[in-house]
Design a protein around this ligand. Structure first.
Ligand code: ATP
Ligand code: MG
Length: 445
């Protein structure tokens, strides 16, 4: 993409309404525009990152054997009356009437709809286990929408649902999700710690939230600092293997890590004092096992091996796809702007032409652009007639992890400058080597 043709409405001044750094930077980098409280348009740069995050979620769900599908955003109130949540959900549910005066709502989550689909089509235990998910817009009429996409009213969420014959099978599904979530967040360059949590209006007994530590987080968390040493890495896990998934679950959830709702002072005090941490965290996902809570009220039964009908065991799992943009920026920025982890960066590298209009410089930039593109990489080429300082400021603000700077002086010696956004370190190398280095970095992801 050439910057001269791109829609990137960067702001010079700090927007007054933004209280936290991720919100400020998303507005300044022209990623989003608020349309009303907690509701945003996603401008090209923001949308590109949203899609990258969404793709990682899809790939990791696929790897775990879960099936993508899509359910409507506007749903009839009838299903929700059946589960009892039409009243229970309270003010957060946006209720709508259609032209025939029928009660509708904008879906805040989709347990009822998926359970209805399940009971209409699945009759036998032989069709289990089954896990389906969607990535779809949700609406919750939050009391205090704030912090940009972190607490929106309209937000993009991955929600998945598993159906199993027995509690043991459903617990395997729970563990499988925990494992796949660990991998998902790490691919985004994030450490998200699973913490024992409270189930809220979804209901159920077993639940973990995934939290990214950040001062601006809305949750108070308590943990053993040893949990921050755990990394999933590139382990090759067989998601159908019950013992393997259970072992990872054990490893990542045995040490003390809880949100304030489930915090237990006595238990916490058993952690060695120098490892006892109190901090703030951003909830980027949650997994639940809730047994037969929905299947019993909504009569989602299957015929068991003995021919008798049994209610299925269920769980649900969410990832805050749009909130993740904010969480990643909170975890990765400096005074100049965003620093995208390679896994989610909107463009793989920036090309800055220091002397637009100079024949040699223009040709070198075009050649770089072509070579990178031929390798399947997406560069963002700043080909505007602007001062170098302004170009650097824009690149730093939008946070591409690598920048190639091209100018007549370097070209005389056959070199360009390759700069890391994270460390600020630069090296003068040939254009060919710069391309090769960038391509190797992304190939290793
Ligand atoms: P919270 O406690 O932050 O209100 P929740 O526990 O009600 O969230 P879930 O039902 O667990 O949310 O939804 C799954 C994920 O969706 C959450 O982990 C979070 O990342 C994201 N999410 C929830 N509410 C919002 C929101 N208002 N704006 C953006 N993302 C959200
Ligand atoms: Mg939650």
């Amino acid at each position: 993409m050439r910057l001269s043709r791109y829609f990137l409405p960067v702001l010079k001044e700090n927007p007054a309404e933004a209280q936290i750094v991720s919100h400020r930077l998303m507005l300044r980098a022209g990623m989003i525009k608020q349309s009303s409280a907690g509701i945003y348009s996603w401008l090209p740069l923001g949308f590109k990152v949203l899609r990258k995050i969404e793709n990682i979620v899809h790939e990791e769900q696929h790897r775990a054997g879960h099936m993508p599908m899509l359910m409507p955003t506007i749903q009839s109130a009838d299903l929700w009356r059946e589960s009892g949540r039409y009243d229970d959900y309270g003010e957060e549910m946006l209720r709508i009437k259609d032209r025939n005066d029928r009660d509708m709502l904008f879906t805040p989550t989709a347990e009822e709809m998926i359970t209805d689909i399940f009971r209409s089509h699945v009759g036998s235990y032989k069709d289990l286990p089954l896990t389906m998910y969607q990535i779809q817009w949700k609406f919750r009429d939050e009391r205090r929408p704030r912090f940009g996409v972190m607490r929106g009213r309209e937000f993009y969420m991955k929600d998945g649902y598993n159906f199993d014959l027995t509690k043991e099978d459903a617990l395997h599904a729970y563990n499988r999700h925990l494992v796949s979530y660990l991998r998902t967040y790490e691919r985004m360059g994030l450490q998200a710690i699973p913490m024992r949590a409270d189930s809220g209006p979804i209901g159920g007994d077993d639940t973990h939230e995934f939290l990214v530590l950040a001062e601006t987080g809305e949750s108070e968390v308590f943990y053993d600092s040893a949990v921050t040493d755990l990394t999933f890495g590139d382990r090759d896990i067989d998601y159908d293997n019950v013992e393997q998934c259970a072992a990872v679950m054990q490893e990542f959830t045995t040490k003390y890590a809880r949100t304030d709702e489930t915090h237990d002072e006595a238990l916490f005090n058993q952690v060695p004092e120098d490892r006892r941490m109190t901090a703030r965290g951003i909830e980027v996902g949650q997994i639940f096992y809730f047994g037969t809570k929905y299947s019993e009220v909504m009569k989602a039964t299957v015929q068991g091996p003995d021919g008798k009908p049994v209610p299925v065991h269920m769980g649900s799992h969410g990832i805050g796809v749009s909130r993740l943009l904010g969480a990643i920026i909170e975890a990765s920025h400096d005074d100049k702007g965003i620093i995208w982890p390679e896994g989610v960066t909107p463009y793989h590298c920036g090309i800055v032409n220091l002397k637009q209009g100079d024949e040699e410089a223009d040709a070198a930039c075009d050649a770089l652009y072509k070579s990178l593109t031929a390798l399947g990489l997406e560069p963002l080429y700043d080909d505007r007639k602007e001062r170098a300082g302004g170009k650097f400021a824009t690149m730093d603000l939008i946070g591409l992890p690598w920048r190639i700077t091209v100018g007549p002086r370097g070209l005389k010696n056959g070199v360009v400058e390759l700069t890391s956004r994270r460390t600020g370190e630069s090296e003068e190398i040939t254009p060919e080597l710069a391309v090769q280095k960038i391509s190797e970095i992304y190939a290793a992801l």
